[in-house]
Design a protein around this ligand. Structure first.
Ligand SMILES: C[S@@+](CC[C@H](N)C(=O)[O-])C[C@H]1O[C@@H](n2cnc3c(N)ncnc32)[C@H](O)[C@@H]1O
Length: 191
């Protein structure tokens, strides 16, 4: 079993924004999508706080482990989780088309063609929480492929017309290693 890692502090600090996003659509509480969830450290945190979560990843073993952890929660917690085994990079595909979420959280994953779909899939008043590596990361370690690294200001530009609650771009030091990251928490404006 993969060791469960702590959730991102970005998610825990801005948890209230996600709660509000989930509460606003009273008729139907749309879930939060944990896109490229891996072993689910972030989505599992939300699930434990009783938010509905869709865990999505290409790795079926990771999803199975997330499901095992979710199943250890209360029946209510289990009912709030769903699992989506999906390759988000299939050429010519639009996996998020026609999907709707209260929020999308993406950590340590970038596939640029998905950005427009992610923005579309979030309902007005819904939230994006995105944290991933910037180009400067190549100095410190992986990933080094520019396809997986944000350009300076790219995340801010992408959500320029959203209501930005938090933005950071720079170098962080964690457990003795440096990482170059960009982070955003933003609310989608009403149409
Ligand atoms: C660095 S991990 C981040 C996992 C998690 N978001 C976190 O921060 O702990 C990147 C994740 O992206 C997933 N991934 C990579 N390519 C993918 C694809 N084409 N479709 C869906 N998920 C993918 C991997 O399986 C992996 O779980």
């Amino acid at each position: 079993m993969h060791q469960q890692q702590d959730p991102s502090t970005l998610l825990t600090e801005f948890f209230n924004e996600l709660t509000l996003a989930c509460q606003q659509n009273k008729a139907e509480s749309l879930p939060v999508l944990d896109l490229a969830c891996g072993f689910g450290r972030n989505g599992l945190y939300l699930l434990k706080q009783n938010l509905p979560v869709v865990f999505a990843d290409i790795n079926p073993d990771a999803l199975a482990q997330v499901e095992q952890q979710a199943n250890a929660l209360t029946k209510h917690g289990q009912a709030l989780a769903s699992y989506w085994h999906q390759d988000f990079e299939l050429p010519g595909s639009a996996p998020l088309k026609d999907k709707r979420f209260s929020a999308v959280v993406v950590f340590r994953y970038l596939h640029r063609p998905l950005m427009a779909q992610i923005k579309e899939a979030i309902i007005p008043g819904g939230v994006i929480v995105y944290e991933t590596f910037t180009r400067a990361q190549a100095e410190f370690g992986r990933p080094k492929n520019p396809d997986f690294l944000l350009e300076p200001g790219e995340l801010a530009d992408c959500f320029a017309n959203w209501h930005v609650r938090h933005y950071f771009e720079g170098i962080v030091q964690s457990k003795g290693t440096k990482q170059a990251l960009a982070r955003i928490v933003a609310v989608k404006p009403d149409e």
